[in-house]
Ligand binder design. Structure first.
Ligand code: FMN
Length: 320
């Protein structure tokens, strides 16, 4: 069971934080599809305390996204705490610390997954956040730096002692990046020793896989990343199955188009003309497997205005 403010989820279906993906438009779309909890993209603590506009914009959210967490990364205690206070002031439901980003320029500077090699620093950051903030503090982490140095259980113990609100675990090491399979046996072991809720993450792309993962690991929730990019309606399918025992099929193309229009409308509201390029990432989501998809993709790739994209989404097979 996951409780946050007045919300309760059992199990919780969580949209994973994803840079350049989980902006407010995609989060709102996934909430409408049934996602319980969402996070912002990760935000640099250093950028936030420099008052960088781009970082500040990433903290913006709408009331219909709640419960929402702002995810921060950093490796200097004072910076993360200062950033945490700024994040807290915009009123999210929780503040999350990123202990998993594998990207070299982040991890090699001791941030993100870099903290997996420096548990004392991770603990110091979390302790300071807990002391200085009134909001709940959560952590999202990987299993360890590499297969030889898996320290997830040690970290779960430390984070329990620190009193984090929950721990989300992506069941891969930093060295694995996104390759190989997520090893859910670690999530099961983490759940066995943790007093605070555990959210399992990695490779959930279907209702069947979600059912298996929850049953096997006994996690309090599951977090979905790439599976939601491919199929944002996965949350609707999960809710229908777990709470009504119904298996919803993949939406028909007409419905996917209507979801795409909703998504793009939210994106334009958020990004204006920049919605056009941001939307290209989702061409597979809505068009994969359709006849004429190459042509649609090509039209999307040369579209320059929201009007052009809306025209494609109204009538994708109209030849130009
Ligand atoms: C494009 C992309 C961007 C990501 N950005 C973040 C991020 O900002 N913060 C974070 O904690 N994890 C990030 N991740 C990792 C995901 O949250 C998640 O842990 C990972 O994709 C595994 O889950 P999945 O198999 O369901 O995709 C990102 C993943 C992808 C694919």
């Amino acid at each position: 069971m996951i409780k946050i403010n007045d919300y309760k989820f059992d199990p919780a279906f969580v949209l994973a934080p994803m840079e350049d993906v989980t902006d407010t438009a995609f989060r709102r779309l996934c909430k409408e599809m049934g996602a319980d909890i969402v996070y912002t993209e990760f935000i640099s603590s250093e950028a936030l305390i420099r008052d960088a506009e781009k970082a500040k914009r990433k903290m913006m959210f709408y009331p219909d996204e709640r419960p929402i967490g702002i995810q921060l990364y950093g490796s200097r205690v004072e910076s993360v705490v200062d950033a945490g206070k700024r994040a807290q002031s915009v009123g999210p439901d929780f503040i999350d610390l990123n202990v998993g980003c594998p990207v070299t320029k982040v991890a090699d500077q001791g941030m993100g997954a870099g903290l997996l090699k420096n548990c004392d620093l991770m603990a110091a950051i979390v302790k300071a956040l807990k002391e200085e903030l009134t909001l709940s503090v959560t952590v999202k982490m990987r299993l360890g730096w590499d297969l030889e140095s898996i320290n997830v259980l040690q970290n779960v113990k430390i984070l329990n002692e620190m009193g984090v609100h929950w721990i989300a675990i992506h069941a891969r090491t930093r060295a694995q990046g996104y390759k190989g399979e997520a090893d859910w046996s670690w999530i099961k072991k983490a759940k066995e020793i943790s007093e605070v809720p555990i959210i399992g993450n990695g490779d959930i792309t279907s209702v069947e896989k979600a059912e298996w993962a929850l049953e096997y690991s006994k996690a309090d929730g599951i977090m979905i990343g790439r599976g939601a990019i491919k199929a944002p309606w996965i949350f609707r399918q999960l809710k229908a199955y777990f709470f009504e025992g119904k298996r919803l099929p993949e939406p028909e193309f007409e419905e996917k188009l209507s979801i795409a229009r909703k998504h793009f409308t939210l994106l334009v509201e958020h990004k204006g003309k920049y919605a056009v390029s941001a939307f290209r990432r989702f061409s597979n989501t809505y068009f994969k497997g359709e006849k004429g998809v190459a042509k649609i993709r090509q039209r999307l790739s040369v579209s320059r205005s929201p009007e052009e994209v809306f025209e494609i989404l109204e009538n994708p097979f109209k030849l130009k």
